[in-house]
Design a protein around this ligand. Structure first.
Ligand code: SF4
Length: 260
């Protein structure tokens, strides 16, 4: 473990102010997290500990800044004319599901203003509060980090069971999602598991895009700044051959695969 895991009860204590979201940062013209031009809110706090995390400064549930939901809605409304037909607001992280009830309020307010909502999550939780949030989420971006639970556990510190259950739940609602997969040499590039990952979701009707995100080292300086032991500091980005292999395998199962 590279950073102490806070337990869920402690996290709840830190997150129970209903009017404010605990955020790490905000991007006004994001184009990487969902369709179109988007205001992207990176929330603070995550209970996964992915070996490849490029934002270790978002992990601590006690960090970040409390920003009122009112202010965030007003900012989104001011930016609305730039969103165009496909854009809107994305909440990413960190891990948004830690603030699920407040995010339901936030997304309802955005919908009342006619603004599209998108949620980027690792799917760590699958309960009624999360289902309510998904009702107000136009597009779910779900990171399924590994299909094999044992490797998922080694890679993230936790099981993939809730993530898979959340994917099944979203499918049962008929609402849209994109699946995301970070391709890390030596960790997530095994052919047999790429096949299994594809097979697991191949029949889903709600998955209208799959994104392969090649591992990179842009977050290295953050691990160093925080004086944290970065286990993948010597890992290289996937080769062209590795990326093409993953792309070819996923294309067997999905009609719209994007290599980022
Ligand atoms: S889920 Fe995202 S924010 Fe959390 S540890 Fe993994 S990569 Fe980092």
């Amino acid at each position: 473990m590279y950073f102490p895991l806070q337990d869920i009860e402690a996290a709840k204590l830190n997150f129970d102010d209903p009017e404010h979201l605990r955020i790490h940062s905000l991007e006004t013209f994001g184009t990487h997290d969902g369709p179109g031009i988007r205001m992207v809110i990176f929330v603070q706090g995550c209970q996964f500990r992915c070996l490849y995390c490029q934002n270790p400064d978002t992990l601590d549930v006690r960090g970040g800044t409390l920003v009122s939901i009112d202010e965030l809605v007003q900012r989104a409304v001011r930016q609305k004319s730039y969103f165009g037909k496909f854009g809107g607001v994305t909440v990413s992280g960190g891990e948004p599901l830690l603030q699920r009830s407040k995010l339901s309020t936030f997304f309802k307010r955005l919908h009342a203003e006619g603004i599209n909502t998108c949620l980027d999550t690792n799917g760590r939780l699958n309960n009624d509060q999360v289902h309510e949030l998904l009702e107000h989420t136009d597009l779910l971006l779900l990171d399924v980090k590994h299909i094999n639970d044992e490797i998922h556990h080694k890679l993230t510190g936790l099981t993939n069971k809730a993530t898979l259950a959340l994917a099944d739940y979203r499918e049962s609602t008929g609402k849209r999602m994109w699946l995301r997969y970070v391709l890390v040499p030596g960790w997530t590039d095994q052919e047999e598991y790429l096949e299994e990952w594809g097979q697991r979701f191949a029949d889903f009707k709600t998955v209208d895009r799959v994104e392969i995100i090649p591992f990179h080292q842009l977050g290295l300086h953050k691990w160093e700044l925080m004086k944290m032991n970065y286990p993948l500091k010597d890992t290289e980005s996937p080769s062209e051959e590795c990326k093409q292999k993953a792309l070819t395998i996923f294309q067997k199962y999905f009609s719209n695969v994007v290599l980022k």
